[in-house]
Design a protein around this ligand. Structure first.
Ligand SMILES: [Zn+2]
Length: 64
């Protein structure tokens, strides 16, 4: 039996999950390489400082 190379698929699913999770809360995400950038909901953000890294399964605020 051939092994299915599903890591890429898992990564894609995770990315979609992140975007689906965040976008309904009004955060407009922009893809930036492997990451997504958006306005941080945790402080008064004028330019996108929220970075989401789906492949690392984390998000962090660059402005804090
Ligand atoms: Zn922030």
């Amino acid at each position: 039996m051939a092994r299915t190379p599903d890591t890429e698929l898992d990564r894609l699913k995770r990315e979609v999950a992140w975007v689906r999770l965040v976008e309904p809360s009004g955060i407009n995400l922009k893809q930036h390489g492997k990451d997504y950038l958006g306005l941080c909901p945790f402080h008064d953000d004028k330019e996108p400082s929220l970075a989401i890294s789906p492949d690392k399964n984390l998000w962090h605020c660059l402005g804090a």
